[in-house]
Design a binder for this molecule. Structure first.
Ligand SMILES: Nc1ncnc2c1ncn2[C@@H]1O[C@H](COP(=O)(O)OP(=O)(O)O)[C@@H](O)[C@H]1O
Ligand SMILES: [Mg+2]
Length: 390
């Protein structure tokens, strides 16, 4: 991937590449053959188009809503995002899943043109995130990790203000604002000030606001963190509805396996700035090669040694005081495991069998759990603020 090398900006039609100058000349000739009003429309269209034409974009970059090539961000000596390559198709709900500090917000901030990459390339809706920032910004909606509505304004005023910022015409705002507020169940509160809203209501308002200018791509940074399970589920349903009805590509970040599993068609698992696994939730789980048996004994170290020599277990690991092994057809392996363990004189405290989850996928790739790290002090403060609607 990456832009095709060419002498200057060009416009790609199937099978042909024309210089911008040639296209301009062509359109001027066409426009001159139309009545004045139509030709002025064409000129208007042209002047809007020219500074931000999808110059030097290959068909691949245009086919996807988002592509990144070796996208990297360094803060001093820290590499927050490390050479990531992803391609997200139009209409997908794609998740960046990882613990705090994995580099999720930094990735979204670069794609939304708020942060300049240190190196690498990325295209959003066919536009280059460094060379065509204005076009990228008009193609995206962004819902920040932290609350961003104006507390003193009403829900409707917040929406209207956002619409004006994005030059959504008044007639369109008048139609879309009530429509979107009712989609997120806030129609009856549209005239109330946001400071009277709960954390979940504010989040729903922010998500609706992100859709107002009909972006091609919507970025949601931790859309439900800190909210109660019922509110989270409602927000998930709204995101699904907006994705399917408005045909918008959604890129969301989360440290919740459950959220990624429920919402995302595909997931990239991030850790320390790198993508360590990518696929649909099913593919990622199946990639582990079977079911997970977790056994707690009086002597886990001895059992680990014993299992390392057995040919029917995947790589055994000790986590949280239990020995975890991956096996195919877990039910049938439990009797054998019990025989082996008791035969070696090791007392068993408990045995559990479960189908793999995304948490297990993360453990498999990193040797540790996401959950244990999911709450830095800042994150906990953030979650509390959101839960209490502040
Ligand atoms: N502006 C910044 N300056 C310095 N370090 C930063 C800055 N923003 C983020 N970081 C660091 O980059 C890493 C990734 O952060 P972030 O993208 O916010 O992670 P996530 O969203 O996955 O929790 C963290 O170690 C964080 O401390
Ligand atoms: Mg973040």
């Amino acid at each position: 991937m990456g832009p095709s090398p060419s002498a200057g900006p060009s416009i790609h039609f199937p099978g042909n590449v024309f210089s911008v100058e040639l296209c301009y000349l062509f359109l001027v000739i066409v426009a001159s053959h139309f009545p004045t009003s139509t030709s002025s429309d064409i000129f208007h269209c042209l002047t809007n188009l020219l500074p931000e034409v999808r110059c030097q974009v290959t068909e691949t970059e245009n086919k996807y809503a988002i592509t990144t090539t070796k996208l990297t961000k360094q803060f001093g000596s820290l590499t927050a995002v490390d050479c990531i390559d992803i391609s997200i198709g139009r209409g997908e709900v794609f998740g960046l899943l990882g613990p705090n500090g994995a580099g999720k917000t930094t990735t979204i901030s670069m794609l939304a043109t708020l942060l300049k990459p240190t190196s690498g390339k990325a295209y959003v809706d066919g536009y280059d995130i460094t060379a065509q920032k204005v076009a990228v910004r008009s193609s995206i909606g962004l819902v920040f990790q932290d609350p961003s509505s104006d507390e003193e304004l009403t829900a409707e005023e917040n929406m209207d203000f956002h619409g004006r910022l994005y030059s959504v015409p008044k007639s369109v705002r008048k139609k879309r604002i009530p429509e979107l507020l009712s989609m997120v169940d806030l129609a009856d509160r549209s005239g109330d000030r946001v400071k009277t809203f709960s954390g979940g209501m504010k989040r729903r308002l922010e998500i609706a606001r992100g859709f107002l200018h009909h972006p091609a791509v919507l970025f949601l940074d931790e859309p439900t963190s800190g909210l109660d399970p019922q509110t989270r589920r409602r927000i998930w349903e709204h995101i699904q509805l907006l994705n399917s009805e408005r045909d918008v590509t959604v890129l969301l970040t989360t440290h919740s396996m459950e959220e990624a599993d429920f919402l995302c068609g595909r997931i990239a698992i991030m850790d320390h700035g790198k993508i360590i696994a990518l696929g649909s939730p099913g593919e990622l789980k199946n990639g582990l090669g079977g079911d997970l048996i977790s056994i707690e004994t009086e002597n886990n170290d001895k059992l680990l040694l014993l299992l390392a020599g057995a040919d029917w277990t995947g790589k055994p690991r000790i986590l949280d005081g239990r020995v975890n092994i991956t096996v195919t057809e877990g039910e049938s392996k439990i009797p054998e495991l019990i025989r082996l363990t008791e035969g070696a004189g090791i007392d068993i405290k408990s045995v559990t069998l479960k189908k793999p989850t995304l948490e297990d996928v993360f453990i498999h790739h990193t040797g540790r759990a996401i959950r244990a790290e999911a709450g830095s002090t800042v994150d906990r403060m953030r979650q509390r603020r959101r839960a209490f609607g502040r």
